[in-house]
Structure formats: C-alpha cells, structure tokens
Design a protein around this ligand. Structure first.
Ligand code: GUN
Ligand code: ZN
Length: 427
C-alpha cells in the first residue's frame, strides 16, 4: 500500500441523512481516520488505527473538526469579479452586471485568470467541489476544467447556452449550443475528476429550438448532469409563461423539451406550484438552495422543511456571484436564517450535511465525495472552532459538540478553515 497517514482530530461523518430522523443520531464522531492513495481507508479510534497502521505518519489536528470538504452545487465562476454588485433584482442584475462581465470570457487569458482566482478563493473557504455555469464561450469551459485538473479537484461544469434575450457577443444558436456542448462534453466528461453538465442558462434565454437541441444532447448522454435555473423570482416566472405560452408552468418549459430528468439540477426553485413539486420528486431531480443569493437579489424564502418532508433531493450552494459570499459556512448561516423565517430551526448536523453529503447527492457524487467513509476520496477540511475571539468565547460555553460547532457556522469564514486536503494531499 502507498504510505498511509493517520489524521487525528474530531472526525465528523454521517451514517444517514439527519433529515431522516433525529439529526444527532445520523452523525458519528471518531477520533481518527487513515488516508492512503488519495482515499479514506479507515475511520475509527486513534489507538486502534495506530496499531493497525504502525508505519503511518500521524497528522495531529488537535481539537479541530475534520469533515468532508464543502460541495457548492450551483455557482457561476465567471461572476467572481462582480460579486456584491448593488441595487438590482434578477433581470436588471443580469443585464447590468452579469452579461457585460460574461462577455469578457471569450478571452482565454482572462478566463484562466478568473478560474485560478475562483479556485484560490473556494479552496481557502474549504470548498473542494464546485458545480459551475461557465459562459457561452468554449474558452471559459476549457479554463475552468484545466485549472481544476491542475489542482486535482473534482468539479462539474458546463457551457452556458443562450440564443435569445442576451446581448450581442453573448448569444449562440441552437446548433452551435449543441455542437459546442457536445465537443466540450467529449473533451472533459469523465477525464480525471471532471464531469460535464449540459447547461441551458434558463428558459428566457433559450428558444424552443435550443431547448430541443440540448434535450436531444442530454438524451444522447443521460449520465451527464443537466443544470439550469427554476422559479427564482415571480416576474421571471411571468416572463417564462409569456415566452412559452403552451407550458403549464415554469418546469414544463423544460419538461416539454426533454430537460426534466433524474440527473437534472434546478437552482433556486423558490416559487413552485404543486404540480412542479410532484414532478420534480417523481423524476428524482435535485433542487439547489442558494440562500445568500435569494436574499441578496430579493428572490424569496426557499421551503427547505416542506420540500425535505416530501422526500425531495436538495443541495446547497453559494450561487456566486448572485450569492454574496464564497463561503459555505456563510451559506449554512443563511440557510438557518431563511428556515427560521419560515418557522423551522435547522440543526447544525442538518446544515453541515446539506453542505457536504446533501450537495454531493444532488450532484450524484455521493459515492465519491461529501462524507468520510472507507473508499471515499479524501477531500477533507479541518475546522477551527475558535477562529475569532467572538466565536471562541461562545464556543467556550458549549455543552456539547453541536453547540461548539454552531457559532462557527453562524459567524465563521475562511479563518475557520484551518486545513484543506484534496485527494489526500494537503493544500
Ligand atoms: N438566472 C439566470 N441566470 C442567472 C444567474 O446568473 N444568476 C442567478 N442568480 N439567476 C440566474
Ligand atoms: Zn445561478
């Protein structure tokens, strides 16, 4: 066996979903794990692992909490430089800030510069997997995957397709969307740790011909994910219904073109009709909750408790740069706050599970990443539960591990990420 490392600390893993029963019953805390060959080999008591792996190096992380790296299930890496842009709601925000910035990604050097900056930021924040929209430019996809490959990251991404309601320089056609997406999929899907997602931006920026073309591509590659946006703002929904007069609802504008399925990922999904909820669950599609974006752009309050109770698959995401942070800790805090506004207090175990296992499950990567178990890839982080004086003094009063973790979820940022491992290697 390749040389093994024993990582010692408070190792937090999940035996099941903390939404399936009492949240704390789902979590396991051990005091060590063994990494070898980029994977987790064993989890257990330090003394047992020390005896079983006598030659292993020991990496003592002290009181830090070791958990799976965060999985950010919906982002736009090309919006890195325009995060926190003031004063607009969705459609105006796209036209004022997003589209002009995305126009720049035809320049491969600029795309590479931003991809590198983006992954520097996500890694510093403990995010080890991202699922990103790129731009309509193939160069933006190449830059994203090449940079992730260089860093040995497991990521998902795709070329964003738009053939209407977007400015000059940012529109393709049904045919070029199909051809470019197919070529990029063939270049990158399944290479190293990379996965391709077919990516119509959202119904308003695609003609029915483009939706049909991308639906056909997905039917040819059903193992690929398909990512898009759904029911983010109420005036967006009205616009969709006017652009697709025969659609029963927003979801139907995808469904009737072959863009609803088991491997579908639908970002936001705030204002859903009963039929849409039923269909999403029936086909086994995943929703992605983007709470800092939904408050920042003024979109609304996602119904986490209601949708979870119906058995909906749900991941968590920053939605950079509509979201106001690169941090999944900040995103968990916003998830807690939005749920509180809807009358539910989510448990810290549920928040951590959503940001790791929940998102990995949404991306159909639950057998590779998002939890700590033998055989899984060793993308890990060590959380410092006393990363600032304000957090430390609150954690000091904690009566159990959950009370110790919660102040870091609510008030933590990149300073709480004490260590990151990618494929078993320290970054
Ligand atoms: N809907 C369509 N495009 C976007 C985008 O880039 N960000 C968000 N938040 N919503 C969208
Ligand atoms: Zn988005």
């Amino acid at each position: 066996m390749t040389s093994a490392t024993i990582v010692k600390g408070r190792v937090l893993s999940f035996a099941q979903s903390p939404f399936a029963g009492p949240p704390t019953d789902a979590a396991r805390i051990n005091d060590a794990l063994v990494i070898a060959g980029g994977r987790i080999v064993k989890v257990g008591a330090f003394d047992d692992l020390r005896a079983a792996f006598p030659g292993a190096e020991v990496d003592d992380q002290g009181a830090r909490v070791i958990l799976a790296g965060f999985v950010d299930a919906h982002v736009h890496y090309p919006q890195t430089a325009i995060i926190a842009s003031w004063g607009k709601r969705l459609i105006d925000w796209l036209n004022t800030y997003t589209f002009p910035e995305e126009t720049r990604f035809g320049d491969a050097d600029y795309a590479t510069e931003i991809a590198a900056r983006y992954f520097d930021l996500t890694t510093a924040h403990g995010t080890t997997t991202t699922c990103s929209f790129c731009t309509i430019h193939p160069a933006s996809v190449d830059a994203y995957f090449a940079e992730a490959q260089r860093r040995a990251l497991r990521v998902v991404g795709g070329r964003t397709c738009m053939d209407r309601n977007a400015p000059d320089g940012l529109r393709d056609t049904a045919q070029s969307a199909y051809d470019d997406s197919k070529a990029l999929l063939e270049r990158w899907h399944g290479v190293d740790r990379l996965g391709y997602a077919i990516t119509p931006r959202f119904s308003p920026t695609s003609t029915e011909a483009q939706m049909d073309a991308l639906g056909a591509l997905w039917a040819e590659h059903p193992d690929c994910l398909m990512q898009t946006h759904l029911s983010e703002q109420t005036d967006e929904i009205e616009w969709v219904l006017s652009l697709y007069p025969s659609a029963r609802d927003y979801l139907d504008s995808y469904e009737r073109h072959g863009l609803l399925g088991h491997n579908g990922l639908y970002g936001h999904a705030i204002h859903l009709e009963p039929r849409e909820k039923d269909r999403l669950r029936e086909v086994g599609a995943a929703l992605v909750h983007c709470p800092t974006s939904n408050t920042f752009i003024g979109s609304g309050l996602f119904d986490m408790a209601g949708l979870m109770a119906r058995g909906q698959r749900i991941g968590l995401a920053t939605d950079t740069g509509g979201g106001s942070s690169f941090s999944m800790l900040r995103t968990m805090a916003a998830t807690y706050e939005v749920a509180q506004l809807r009358g539910t207090a989510l448990h810290p175990a549920q928040l951590l599970w959503l940001a790791t296992s929940g998102s990995a499950t949404a991306l159909r990567l639950q057998d590779q990443i998002g939890n700590i178990a033998p055989g899984m890839e060793a993308d890990l982080i060590a959380l410092d539960l006393a990363s600032t004086p304000a957090i430390a003094q609150r954690a000091d009063r904690a009566e159990d591990v959950w009370e110790a973790i919660f102040p870091t979820i609510m008030m933590g940022d990149d300073r709480a990420i004490a260590q990151v491992w990618i494929s078993g290697a320290k970054v």
